[in-house]
Design a protein around this ligand. Structure first.
Ligand code: TRP
Length: 331
């Protein structure tokens, strides 16, 4: 069976964009693939060198993963730092990664612009750590968004280079994967691009948000002056509201507001109220489950331990093989 692997950095709570963009698919994938889903806490140190409440953030993401339907009996759900074998593979891959190719990576160039005061070697070698995550489990498929495609391409480069250098056929070439589903890009509430935690306060609706917080954010969502002619093309902010509605509301509700828009009768306040209530109803089961899980520390720690054991078993095998391939043998 093919192996699917994905990681997420614990730098904020999961939002509807994460859910529709990936998580929802993970829930299906775990039935058909050998899945590894992990929390990339080592990676978070590249941007958050002195993380506030690292363990707490990791625990929250774990609870949110489980609340969204990831099943520790079906998939291996683990915390990156629980499997330090990845650090050894990262070291090996770094020996054959060229500074030039790492410097040319788009995400590195973005990051040095964003944090010029902290251009650390971890940022430069972010792609080799990510490659190590993937190759550690010899994953075939990696569900990634556009922003991670270059990292995946670099992973293929590193895998092929390793195979060539040591004249083996050990690492498979991981491919991007979306489970055949058209991925829905969920926009944020600020009228511009996609939903994201880094796009500013109020742009994202988190799975754990309380109803009042959702109402507040949605009511503040950016709109425009309203259509002045029938079937007018929608501005970006309005297009975004409709996309969000399409994701969480039922078809009749969506059709009603489409009709109101097309006939220039739409009241954005009314639409937002409805959208907020539908988002609240949609997220309610997640929110309740997240709360319940966070209160059950023992269960969460058991899930983490189980994931660690399974991931480590596979990781140790890979490290044993790789050491052998490179030529580390006992004297
Ligand atoms: N870089 C990914 C992100 O920021 C997170 C990540 C780390 C990852 N290691 C991975 C994703 C391995 C897929 C596979 O979204």
């Amino acid at each position: 069976m093919e192996t699917v692997l994905s990681g997420i950095r614990p730098t904020g709570n999961l939002h509807l964009g994460n859910y529709f963009g990936a998580l929802k698919n993970f829930v299906q994938m775990q039935n058909e693939y050998n899945c590894y889903f992990f929390i990339a806490d080592y990676h978070s140190l590249t941007t958050h060198p002195t993380p506030h409440n690292l363990t707490g953030n990791v625990r929250e993401i774990l609870a949110e993963y489980l609340a969204a339907g990831l099943d520790p009996e079906k998939a291996v759900i683990y915390i990156q730092s629980d499997v330090p074998e990845v650090a050894e593979l990262y070291l090996f891959l770094n020996m054959n990664a060229y500074v030039g190719e790492l410097e040319r990576c788009t995400s590195f160039k973005d990051k040095i612009r964003q944090q010029p005061h902290n251009v650390n070697a971890g940022l430069l070698t972010y792609p080799t750590l990510m490659a190590a995550d993937i190759l550690l489990h010899r994953a075939n498929k990696v569900p990634v968004g556009k922003d991670q495609e270059q990292h995946l391409e670099m992973t293929r480069t590193f895998a092929n280079r390793f195979n060539r250098m040591y004249n083996v056929d050990y690492f498979p070439e991981p491919q991007a994967f979306n489970f055949g589903n058209e991925l829905i890009k969920i926009p944020g509430l600020n009228g511009t691009g996609k939903m994201g935690k880094s796009e500013g306060e109020g742009n994202a609706i988190f799975l754990s948000d309380e109803p009042e917080a959702i109402r507040k954010k949605v009511m503040k969502a950016v709109t425009d002056a309203g259509p002045t002619r029938p079937h007018q093309e929608k501005s970006q902010p309005i297009e975004n509201l409709f996309k969000l509605m399409k994701a969480v509301s039922n078809a009749e509700t969506l059709a009603y507001f489409e009709e109101q828009y097309d006939s220039c009768q739409i009241k954005y306040g009314e639409m937002k109220k409805q959208l907020a209530e539908d988002m609240i109803a949609f997220t309610a089961p997640f929110r309740d489950k997240i709360k319940e899980l966070l209160e059950n520390k023992e269960y969460l720690s058991n899930v983490a331990r189980m994931g660690k054991e399974k991931a480590q078993e596979n990781a140790r095998k890979t490290i044993r093989d790789v050491r052998e391939i490179i030529g580390f043998r006992s004297l």
